[in-house]
Design a protein around this ligand. Structure first.
Ligand code: PAZ
Length: 334
């Protein structure tokens, strides 16, 4: 998982892009993003880039094996729906086959399509208990299709992710403060450079496997400093130890100077998160995690009670809070 402030990167972003090849579909993907952004600018809509799902790290050029992570893309897909509802145009950059807005309600593992249909002779109908939700989801989906406010594109590897993030950020540059980056994807910290990969399937005859991976460049740095002009940047920090959430989030803000880190712990992420931001809107200046002055940061916990309201999604509150903060940010051009 990404831990943006842990150690110095072995590859700078510049070295990374100079040595690792772009995905073959990049150019075509970006032409479609350009068209989408132009339409949203003409309609004077705010645009949010939502990244979602996990990245893979291939171990071979002819890929048989790869490292992956747990992320199903729930956070990203759910948040994208709430951003659309709030009037944003959404670029949904997600891991291929991970959850997507709207269709996520009918995921094959949790709510399979065939189970909510009945058949009577040659007629197929939706079971009555399923209709209210389906009608609501379908209406919202059709409305978004008609308005043309959702653009989806996919990545698989961490390399795809990095190239796409850089290219899309550059397309959002002209939007200035009307762009938001909502970086919920679970991005690998480590990768195997192409130059070190075995061409063919790694053979098992030689006993145990030792692989040395390089560190993925700290991509928030060029995103904040070069690729975007005043975009509102929200990164996520996942930990399995609650005690690390706030110090790690503060360290990321101090290092990169962006607007918000949303901290979440693996097992409680569906019902509590913490927003960490620089106090008074000013980025905190410090390099060392232990020496960071707590008074330079603000923390806001969002919690939902699933026992009281099991259907509530925390992303509704996350997005409402961000929309409010982004509004203030966009209005303040100083
Ligand atoms: O995809 P999901 O809903 O299962 O999980 C979401 C999440 C935990 C990957 C996301 O909230 C997050 O923290 N993303 C950044 C993870 C990281 O530190 O790299």
């Amino acid at each position: 998982m990404a831990s943006d402030e842990d150690q110095a990167a072995s590859f700078s972003a510049e070295q990374y892009f100079a040595t690792q090849p772009p995905p073959p579909s990049l150019e075509a993907d970006i032409v479609r993003v350009q068209e989408f952004v132009l339409r949203q600018r003409a309609a004077k809509r705010k645009v949010v880039l939502v990244t979602s799902g996990g990245t893979t790290v291939p171990l071979e050029l002819n890929v048989v094996r790869f490292l992956d992570n747990f992320s199903a893309g729930t956070r990203g897909a759910t948040s994208a729906e709430y951003f659309l509802k709030a009037g944003y145009a959404v670029i949904f950059m997600h891991r291929q086959f991970s959850l997507q807005p709207f269709s996520r309600h009918y995921s094959h593992s949790t709510h399979p399509f065939l189970d909510f249909l009945d058949v009577d002779a040659e007629y197929i109908e939706v079971k009555s208990a399923e209709r209210p939700q389906l009608i609501e989801v379908l209406k919202a989906y059709k409305q978004v299709q008609k308005a043309g406010t959702l653009h989806s594109l996919t990545f698989v590897t961490v390399n795809d992710y990095l190239w796409l993030l850089r290219a899309i950020s550059k397309e959002l540059y002209p939007l200035g403060r009307n762009a938001m980056f909502y970086l919920a994807a679970a991005v690998s910290d480590f990768f195997l450079p192409r130059q070190k990969m075995s061409e063919h399937k790694i053979q098992s005859g030689k006993g145990s496997l030792h692989i040395e991976m390089d560190q993925v460049p700290k991509i928030l740095k060029p995103l904040v400093e070069e690729w975007t002009r005043e975009g509102y940047i929200v990164s996520f920090k996942l930990e399995t130890d609650n005690a690390l959430l706030i110090p790690k989030a503060r360290a990321a803000l101090a290092r990169y100077g962006h607007q918000v880190v949303i901290g979440n712990e693996l097992h409680t992420r569906k019902y509590q998160v913490v927003f960490v931001s620089p106090a008074n809107g000013k980025p905190a200046q410090a390099e060392n995690e232990e020496e960071l002055d707590p008074s330079k940061f603000s923390e806001t916990w969002l919690r939902i009670d699933l026992a009281v309201n099991p259907a509530k999604e925390i992303e509704e509150d996350i997005v409402a809070e961000l929309v409010r903060r982004h509004q203030t940010w966009a209005a303040d051009s100083s």
